[in-house]
Ligand binder design. Sequence first.
Ligand code: SF4
Length: 89
Amino acid sequence: MDLTPPPSKEKEFFDIWNNSPILREMRRREDLEEYCGECEHKSACGGTRARVYAYFGDYKAPDPGCINNEEVFFELRASAGEFKNEVLY
Ligand code: SF4
């Protein structure tokens, strides 16, 4: 999925921020998955969507860098057995 916003020369930052369908969807906290979606801190936090996208290719997935998603972190670590010499965090 291409997440690249339109070229900035054609649109002002706030126009892109407010009207990009992908950025609007990314900010919609009620669509976050698993614990991030029900977390009491989701309005202020919401997790690191860039990290989530890098790990899962889905920016609505739970953030494995948060203690509240510890189970997701350990699942990722277990599935990365071939990278056992690298640190996942
Ligand atoms: S990253 Fe952690 S604190 Fe932030 S919304 Fe997700 S579960 Fe809540």
